[in-house]
Design a protein around this ligand. Structure first.
Ligand code: VAH
Length: 313
C-alpha cells in the first residue's frame, strides 16, 4: 500500500491519480496539510496530515499498513527564498521522518523528489553531468542537496530503499505550479489563451531544463517499479527531456497563436534561474533503469494549448 504526502500539490495531484489507476483506489492513500474539495480528496482515500508530525505519519502507516511512501510536500525555490527557516524545517524534517520510519522497518520503499536546484553557479551549465560541482545558492537548493546526502547515507548505513529524481521545471495543464522559478513556463500557456500576451519574470535568453508532467510521472512510477539493484545511484538521478528559453517557448506558441506577444520584466527569480543549469545529462537514468522521455517542446505545446483551451471554454 502507498501513502502520498503532499498529494494535492503540483506533482502530487497527477502522481496520485496515476498511482490510483495503476494500483487501485483502495491501495493508494492520499494526504495533504488541508482538505480541499478536489478529485484527490473526493475520488479516493484521503487523510489530513502534517508532514512535520512524525506521530501522525507513523499512525497512518500503521493504520493502512503502508509499504511505500512518496514524500511530495515541500516549499519550492521562490517561496523558500521568502521563508528560509520554514523551508529548511519542512523540506528537511519531513524527509527525516520518512527516512527514520524506513530505518525502523515500518515502511519498505521511499520516493523523494530532488531538483536541478541542487546545482549552483560553479556547476558546468550545459549538459550538466550526474557527478559535478554542486554549490547551490538557494535555500531550496541547499535543502535538496542536503536531502540527497541523507538519502544516500540512510541507504548505505541502514539499507533504506530510497529512490530519487532531480526534476527539471515541470509543466502541466491540470495543476497550477506552487512558487517555483520555472512556473512562468506554465503561466505562459494560460496567458496565451486568456489574453494573447505574457510578461515573463525571466529574461528572454534564460535557458532552463524543463519537462512535461506526463514524463515526470512516468519517470517516478518507473524508478519506483525498477528492481532495487538497478537503482545504483541513491542520492538522486539527473533527468532530462528538453531545455528552452522564454523566447523559444513564445516562438513555439506563436506557431499556434500567431498574434501572441511576450515582453520581459525580470524579478528576484532571475538570480535563482541564473544559478541553475541550462541543460542536463541524464545518461545514468537512461542506462540504469531505462528512462526515456516522450515529450519535447513541440508536442508538449500542442497538448498544453489543446487541453487548456478545452478547460477554459
Ligand atoms: C522550482 N519547479 O522552480 C521547481 C524546480 C527545477 C526547479 O524544482 O522551484
Amino acid at each position: 500500500k502507498i501513502l502520498i504526502i503532499g498529494a494535492c500539490g503540483q506533482i502530487g495531484t497527477e502522481l496520485t491519480t496515476k498511482l490510483r489507476s495503476i494500483y487501485g483506489n483502495d491501495n493508494v492513500i492520499a494526504s495533504d496539510i488541508r482538505k480541499l474539495n478536489n478529485d484527490i480528496v473526493n475520488n479516493g482515500i484521503f487523510e489530513v496530515v502534517n508532514a512535520l508530525d512524525y506521530n501522525q505519519i507513523e499512525h497512518l502507516i500503521e493504520q493502512y499498513q503502508i509499504t511505500d511512501v512518496y514524500l511530495m510536500a515541500a516549499l519550492l525555490s521562490a517561496t523558500a527564498e521568502k521563508n528560509p527557516a520554514f523551508a529548511w524545517d519542512l523540506n528537511m524534517n519531513s524527509l527525516f521522518h520518512v527516512l527514520n520510519l524506513a530505518k525502523a522497518g515500518k515502511i519498505k520503499k521511499i520516493f523523494w523528489p530532488s531538483s536541478i536546484a541542487v546545482f549552483g553557479p560553479t556547476t558546468p551549465r550545459d549538459n550538466t553531468p550526474q557527478y559535478t560541482i554542486m554549490e547551490p545558492t538557494t535555500v531550496y537548493g541547499i535543502s535538496k542537496q542536503t536531502g540527497e546526502r541523507w538519502c544516500e547515507y540512510y541507504h548505505h548505513q541502514y539499507g533504506v530503499d530510497v529512490r530519487s529524481i532531480r526534476y527539471p521545471g515541470l509543466i502541466s495543464w491540470t495543476t497550477e505550479p506552487g512558487g517555483g522559478t520555472t512556473d512562468y513556463a506554465v503561466d505562459i500557456y494560460h496567458k496565451a489563451i486568456e489574453k494573447g500576451s505574457f510578461t515573463s519574470f525571466l529574461s528572454e535568453d534564460t535557458a532552463l531544463p524543463m519537462m512535461y508532467m506526463d514524463d515526470a510521472i512516468k519517470a517516478t512510477v518507473s524508478i519506483m517499479q525498477a528492481d532495487a539493484e538497478k537503482i545504483k545511484i541513491r542520492s538522486s538521478y539527473n533527468l532530462s527531456a528538453m531545455s528552452f528559453t522564454p523566447k523559444e517557448i513564445a516562438e513555439e506558441i506563436k506557431k499556434h497563436y500567431p498574434n501572441f506577444t511576450i515582453d520581459y520584466n525580470p524579478d528576484f527569480r532571475q538570480k535563482i534561474a541564473d544559478s541553475w543549469p541550462a541543460s542536463i545529462d541524464d545518461t545514468s537514468a537512461r542506462e540504469d533503469w531505462g528512462w526515456s522521455n516522450d515529450f519535447n517542446i513541440e508536442n508538449m505545446t500542442v497538448e498544453m494549448l489543446e487541453n487548456l483551451k478545452k478547460q477554459k471554454q
